[in-house]
Design a protein around this ligand. Sequence first.
Ligand code: SAM
Length: 333
Amino acid sequence: MARPEPAGRGLVDPQGRRLTYLRLGVTERCDLRCTYCNVAGASSDGGDELSLAELTTLGVAFARHLGFHKLRLTGGEPLLRADLAGIVRAMRDEAGFARIALTTNGRLLAGHVRELAAAGVQQVNVSLDTLCAGAYREVRGADALDDVLRGIDAALAVGRLRVKVNVVLLRSVGFAEFDSFLAWGAGRPIDLRFIELMPIEGLDEFHRREHVSGEPLIARIVDRGFEPQESEPDAGPAAVYARPGDPLRVGFVSAITRPFCERCNRLRVAPRGALKLCLFGRGFVDLRPFLARGPAAVAEVVRRAIALREDGFRSVGRPVGCEAERGMRGIGG
Ligand code: SAM
């Protein structure tokens, strides 16, 4: 069996891309029904999601054996897992990930964020999309805006957490509310991320209606005194802007109009153990059967799978699910 990779070095794929970032879906269950994510009929009671012990084996394989150093816990809604703080602790203490982030809809965040930060979460991304209660209900399928805003305030109150707010750009919502978002974010130490809507199979009509490029917003923000920022080492794909004297940072992730495949440093594992080689690719490898054999065996399967990694975006053009089309929550975004 091959030797473990040095910590933080990751794996290199056939295109020469160094992979160091794991996005791990911990559940497919979700308490919201977002119009751009939810494919009709795709549901799960969570009974078949990986256990804490299985997730720990996976984490040890990626961090200790494959040299991955960044982890994002996503879903579905990760806060629906009662053992989420235990998962975070295992990922920090047993697997040894250096950076642990969480993507959440924020609805249950206020009650859990201190415990999660104590367990090892360093960054929280909260999906928000709109600041208007009516539009929130329409886009995300529940009356939860106040709870989410409370969750963001609670995350900021922890003090040491990096807080990002994800806004999926919809023509009628996030795009139209751009100025309100800037006013809301001004003076707050947050990263606002405007994310281009990705096409999901089964939601084509919605995509045709609501997809909009963020480019005009970039021009607008520059007019307001925001300047492009140097990207930090290991930064994500966002083009980031800030203005002097304001802790607010504003970023744009444009996976469709400005694909960033050549800089892709991530792999995804879905809630039932499917390793996805590319968000846009059909290929996946089921890691679950290998988990009982321990982290070294899992790492070996991942190494072999990487040899098949290609540039899925150009061939497929939209994110696709794993075992079935299950919307973005089956992949974790
Ligand atoms: N439940 C959590 C949440 O709401 O953030 C985590 C899972 S969610 C699938 C992860 C991210 O994917 C969210 O920021 C969500 O807005 C984004 N997302 C889902 N469907 C998308 C789509 N079609 N295009 C772009 N982003 C999408």
